[in-house]
Design a protein around this ligand. Structure first.
Ligand code: SPD
Length: 334
């Protein structure tokens, strides 16, 4: 039933008890997830907000699933991978993050992860669609939407590009970390993939500040990634691309653009040790995972123009050396 009491039409992405994700950004493929009991009774919410179609259903194997405009945003079963990666990469690459901006993130999961950091004093969450927050509080109350009561949080319902433009024109203090937890660049998040938004985020950072933005799948969107990486390299002082695995996202893969303001930043390593408390709370992120996220396939490194060691960086060892190791600037590679 809709909120006005009328029966909602069955969404076209659900047929015979299966949800199928079909999107022109990834033509020729569709991930399908079974509804619990293969029944439309498992549809928990199916309404259009001012900005998008919002669907929540209970799945057979993946817990509750949040879908915006027909695209999976999270399943309760695997969401921790994406949320921990997009959050703790920038939070741990920063030495002491105090003021954090979350762009989007209405499901509350990035907020949940940011709140684990005791150094944080202020969190601003700019979500254009309050309905996503309301739906998350109702249907993801025990998984993603558990930190909306945190006293450090301010919620703003506004387009994040407009929000930053206005804020940058004022003399408000900047952010240490900005996390752009957006949907795909179709619909309400389109403006958040524009180079001008990357400029706005740079301006909104403190010195030493770090941006981490959802940056799509390298199998389906390599051009978009290449463009965002190139434009960010013109704007920021340090730029990297990280990748992780999310089984219910297209091709099971999603990437993140990390970019920093200031000299001497190394985004590819944690800047400090994790507390034992944080270690125990997480399921995916570790210091090793942090570095490993930046190991990319050769074709993507080539597209992004990332420098790899050349043959001249290697020295062959003596032919009679039984180990046949070679040496790269002091590292042994067997
Ligand atoms: N193609 C799916 C990209 C979804 C990214 N947003 C996920 C939001 C989870 N907090």
């Amino acid at each position: 039933m809709t909120e006005s009491g009328k029966k909602s039409p069955m969404p076209s992405c659900i047929k015979d008890g299966w949800f199928s994700e079909i999107e022109p950004m990834w033509p020729g493929q569709k991930l399908s997830i079974a509804l619990e009991g293969f029944s439309s009774d498992a549809i928990l919410y199916n309404e259009s907000s001012e900005f998008q179609k919002i669907l929540v259903f209970k799945s057979a194997q993946h817990g509750n699933v949040l879908v915006l405009d027909g695209v999976i945003q999270l399943t309760e079963n695997d969401e921790f991978v994406y949320q921990e990666t997009i959050t703790h990469l920038p939070m741990m690459a920063h030495e002491n993050p105090k003021n954090v901006l979350i762009v989007g993130g209405g499901d509350g999961a990035v907020l949940r992860e940011v709140c684990r950091h005791k150094s944080v004093e202020q969190i601003t969450l700019v979500e254009i669609d309050q309905k996503v927050i309301d739906v998350a509080k109702e249907y993801f109350a025990e998984s993603t939407a558990i930190a909306f009561d945190d006293s450090r949080l301010t919620i703003v319902n506004q387009d994040a590009a407009e929000f930053l433009e206005k804020q940058n024109a004022s003399d408000r203090k900047g952010y240490d970390v900005i996390i752009a937890d957006t949907s795909d660049p179709v619909g309400p998040a389109e403006s958040l993939f524009d180079p001008s938004f990357y400029e706005q985020m740079y301006e909104a950072l403190n010195d030493g500040g770090i941006v981490c933005a959802q940056s799509e799948c390298f199998w389906t969107q390599p051009e978009l990634i290449e463009n965002i990486f190139a434009c960010s390299s013109d704007i920021y002082d340090a730029v990297e691309y990280a990748s992780t695995y999310v089984p219910t996202f297209p091709c099971g893969q999603i990437g993140f653009l990390l970019a920093g303001k200031g000299n001497g930043l190394d985004l590819t390593k944690p800047a400090r040790p994790m507390t034992n408390e944080l270690k125990h709370q997480l399921q995916w992120y570790t210091a090793e995972m942090h570095s490993a996220s930046f190991v990319l396939p050769k074709f993507l490194e080539d597209r992004l123009g990332l420098l790899r060691p050349t043959d001249e960086d290697y020295e062959d060892v003596e032919e009679n050396d039984a180990s046949e190791d070679c040496f790269l600037k002091g590292c042994v590679i067997s």
